[in-house]
Design a protein around this ligand. Structure first.
Ligand code: PMP
Length: 445
C-alpha cells in the first residue's frame, strides 16, 4: 500500500492555504475557499498612483535618494534601480488576516518596549540555530533595523568620538537626518573613519592602525551581502575583526539585513563568536518579508540592554503590535523557508540577467561585483565619469539610479552606482541599455 508521510500532507495543506485554495479554521480543520484570494504581487502592493511626479528634493543626501526611490516606485514607466523593493510573500494577506482574527485584546493595547514575547522567542530560536547564545530577553523588536542602528549609535557614541565604518557603506547609517549617525555627528560632533572595502571585506590591517591611533568607540559593519558592494565576509575575517575589537575594547555594531537572501550558506554572524558583549546585532524582516511592516530587531547582551530598551521606550514606546503579530504568524506558519527559497531563485535569475545586460551594454572600463545574493550590485566606473549628471540625464529617460557618492563617508570615493536587480527582465534590459549609452557618451566624448 502507498504510504504518505504526515509532514508531506501538512506541507500540502500549507501550500494550498498559501495559494488561497483552502483556509484553516481553528478546531474545525481546512475548508475550501469559495473565492480564490488574489496573490499579492509587487505591482498590486505598490499600486501605481496616477499623476505623481518625483517632487523636487532639498534634504540630506539620504533623504533625497530615499524619497525619490519611493516616489519612483509608484510611477508607471519608471525603471527604478535606486532602491531594493523585494517581492512580498504571496500569502501575506492571508497570514495577516489570520493574525488579526486570532488576535487577543492585548494586540490592540500598548505593548512592552522590547516587543511581543512570542515573536522574540521565535527570533531567538532562529538565532540560536545560527550559534548565538541568547534568549528572548536579549531581543528588542524595533521599527525596522534602521531604528536598531539609530538606537545602537546613540547608545555608543559620545561627543567627539571616532566611529569606524566600511567605505563604501549603507548610506542610511551615515547620511540620514534626525536619529542616525549623521545627526549624531552633527549634534554630538562624532567623527567617521571610512575603512576601504577589499574583496574580502573591511581592510583589517588598516582597521588595526586606526583602532590604535584613534581609539574609536564603535565599528559599524555589514557582514553579509554588504550594502552596497554585496561582499560576504568569511568566518575567518569575522573572527579576526572580533579579535581586533576585543584587543582594543571597541564595540561592534553588526548589521545583517540581507543575510536571509544569500544564495549560499553564510558563516555564523560575528555576534555568535562574541563572548564579551561587545557586539550589538541588528536585523530586519524588511528584506525577507516586506519593508512596509517595519519590523526589525536587535540583539543586545549584558549591561547595554536596559539602557537601549529605555531609549526604545522614549523613541516610540514599542513597535506596532499588529506588524509584530503578522510576522509572528508568518514564522509560525512555517512558510518562510519556502518563500525565501523562491525569492532567492528569482533574485538569482534577475542578478544573472543584469550581469548579462551589463556585459552587453556597459563600457568595458566599468567593473562590477557579482554578489552572492541580496538585491543590488555595485558598479565601479572610470575616474572621469560624472555620475550625478548621468543620474539626472537617466531620470529624464525614466531610469532612476543611486549614485555611488552617497555611500562614501567622506562623500568622495570613486565614481560608482548601486543598481537594484529587483526588477522585471524587460526593465533590466531596457534600463541597463539606457545607462550604458549614457556612460559611453561621457566616456568616449
Ligand atoms: N541596514 C541596511 C544595510 C540596509 O540596506 C537597510 C535598508 N535598505 C537597513 C539597514 C534598514 O532597513 P529597515 O529599517 O527597513 O529594516
Amino acid at each position: 500500500s502507498l504510504q504518505v508521510n504526515k509532514l508531506t500532507i501538512i506541507e500540502a495543506y500549507n501550500v494550498l492555504e498559501a495559494d488561497g485554495v483552502v483556509c484553516a479554521r481553528q478546531g474545525s480543520g481546512y475548508f475550501v475557499n469559495s473565492v480564490s484570494v488574489p496573490s499579492a504581487n509587487l505591482k498590486s502592493t505598490f499600486a501605481p498612483a496616477q499623476n505623481v511626479i518625483i517632487p523636487k528634493q532639498g534634504g540630506s543626501c539620504f533623504f533625497d535618494m530615499y524619497t525619490a526611490g519611493v516616489h519612483a516606485q509608484s510611477q508607471p514607466g519608471i525603471i527604478n534601480f535606486s532602491l531594493g523593493f523585494p517581492h512580498p510573500p504571496k500569502d501575506i494577506d492571508l497570514i495577516a488576516r489570520r493574525a488579526l482574527k486570532q488576535a487577543p485584546d492585548s494586540l490592540f493595547q500598548y505593548d512592552l518596549p522590547q516587543g511581543q514575547l512570542t515573536l522574540r522567542r521565535q527570533i531567538a530560536q532562529m538565532l540560536i540555530q545560527q550559534g548565538m547564545e541568547i534568549s528572548a530577553d536579549n531581543l528588542i523588536i524595533t521599527n525596522g533595523s534602521e531604528q536598531g542602528l539609530s538606537l545602537a549609535l546613540q547608545h555608543h557614541i559620545q561627543p567627539g568620538d571616532w566611529v569606524i565604518v566600511e567605505s563604501p557603506t549603507y548610506f542610511g547609517a551615515i547620511t540620514f537626518g534626525r536619529a542616525s549617525l549623521n545627526a549624531i555627528l552633527e549634534k554630538l560632533k562624532a567623527k567617521i573613519i571610512g575603512i576601504p572595502m577589499t574583496a574580502e571585506g573591511m581592510n583589517l590591517e588598516l582597521l588595526e592602525q586606526y583602532l590604535k591611533s584613534h581609539r574609536p568607540k564603535l565599528i559599524y559593519t555589514i557582514s553579509t551581502l554588504h550594502n552596497p558592494t554585496g561582499i560576504t565576509t568569511t568566518q575567518a575575517h569575522r573572527q579576526e575583526l572580533l579579535s581586533l575589537a576585543e584587543k582594543y575594547e571597541c564595540p561592534i555594531l553588526e548589521d545583517n539585513a540581507y543575510e536571509g537572501l544569500c544564495f549560499e550558506t553564510v558563516p555564523p554572524p560575528i555576534k555568535a563568536f562574541d563572548k564579551q558583549d561587545l557586539v550589538t546585532y541588528v536585523n530586519t524582516f524588511s528584506k525577507t518579508l516586506m519593508p512596509g511592516l517595519r519590523v526589525g530587531y536587535m540583539v543586545v547582551t549584558g549591561k547595554h540592554y536596559q539602557e537601549i530598551l529605555e531609549q526604545k521606550l522614549l523613541h516610540d514606546f514599542h513597535t506596532s503590535t499588529i506588524s509584530q503579530a503578522i510576522v509572528s504568524e508568518y514564522l509560525a506558519s512555517g512558510h518562510l523557508r519556502r518563500h525565501l527559497k523562491q525569492m532567492r531563485a528569482e533574485l538569482l535569475q534577475s542578478r544573472n540577467l543584469m550581469l548579462q545586460a551589463l556585459e552587453c551594454y556597459f563600457p568595458e572600463e566599468a567593473r562590477w561585483t557579482v554578489p552572492n545574493g541580496g538585491l543590488f550590485l555595485w558598479v565601479q566606473l572610470p575616474e572621469n565619469i560624472p555620475t550625478k549628471t548621468i543620474r539626472i540625464e537617466a531620470l529624464s529617460q525614466n531610469v532612476l539610479v543611486a549614485c555611488g557618492s552617497a555611500f562614501f563617508p567622506d562623500k568622495k570615493g570613486y565614481p560608482a552606482m548601486r543598481l537594484s536587480y529587483c526588477l522585471t527582465p524587460e526593465e533590466i534590459e531596457k534600463g541597463i541599455s539606457i545607462l550604458g549609452k549614457l556612460l559611453k557618451k561621457y566616456l568616449y566624448k
